[in-house]
Design a protein around this ligand. Structure first.
Ligand code: XMP
Ligand code: MG
Length: 183
């Protein structure tokens, strides 16, 4: 390993590349079954959901169109406040569409709960949520998440779209950061 190898910054691997891909295949099969005969508009939440969107949409057999939103939740970096601002809105009219929001991780659930009601107000046929990871805090909010990959430990995780100071998004696995990185 050379001194610039990113894996030196990680403490533990939580989910390997294979585990992630198997889980995504499993979620895609469940989604195809539930949406049988219907087109799906998958909405990825930038930037974290990029990897999940790319792999999940390729694993789906349903007719899919893709769109993206970028939101920022005001708060102190690692915690979100529930006050959300749209940085990039959808290009698509949601009227009559079956919308599936795709997320990397739900922590407090405040961002997604805001996003779901925002999209529901635009006249879609349905809005459901698919997230690869869910932290324990998410259990406290009244938000119906139909597809969950892994219930993960309450630690800061990076990789597969998830970042720390914009780094580590490109990893094909998910892990926890070594203390020397954030200390
Ligand atoms: P909520 O509103 O559910 O916000 O609290 C979820 C958003 O918070 C970010 N987040 C993380 N990002 N590792 C990350 O890289 C984490 O462990 C983590 N926990 C929360 C993320 O942007 C997510 O969309
Ligand atoms: Mg995110």
């Amino acid at each position: 390993m050379d001194s610039n190898d990113v894996s030196a910054d990680l403490a533990h691997v939580l989910y390997t590349k294979d585990q992630i891909q198997d889980k995504i295949a499993e979620m895609a099969a469940a989604i195809d079954k539930d949406y049988e005969g219907r087109d799906i508009l998958v909405v990825g939440v930038l930037k974290g959901a990029v990897m999940v969107m790319a792999d999940l949409s390729r694993a789906l057999h349903s007719h899919v169109t893709m769109d993206w939103m970028a939101v920022s939740s005001y708060g102190s970096g690692t915690t979100s406040s529930g006050v959300v601002r749209i940085l990039k809105d959808l290009d698509t009219d949601l009227m009559g569409k079956h919308v599936l929001i795709v997320e990397d991780i739900i922590d407090s659930g405040l961002t997604l709960s805001w996003l779901k009601s925002n999209l529901e107000s635009r006249g879609p046929a349905s809005v459901e949520i698919c997230t690869l990871l869910r932290k324990p805090e998410a259990a406290k909010v009244e938000i119906d998440v139909k597809y969950v990959g892994f219930d993960c430990p309450n630690e800061f995780v990076v990789g597969y779209g998830l970042d720390f100071a914009e780094k580590y998004r490109n990893l094909d696995f998910i892990g926890t950061l070594a203390p020397h990185v954030y200390n």
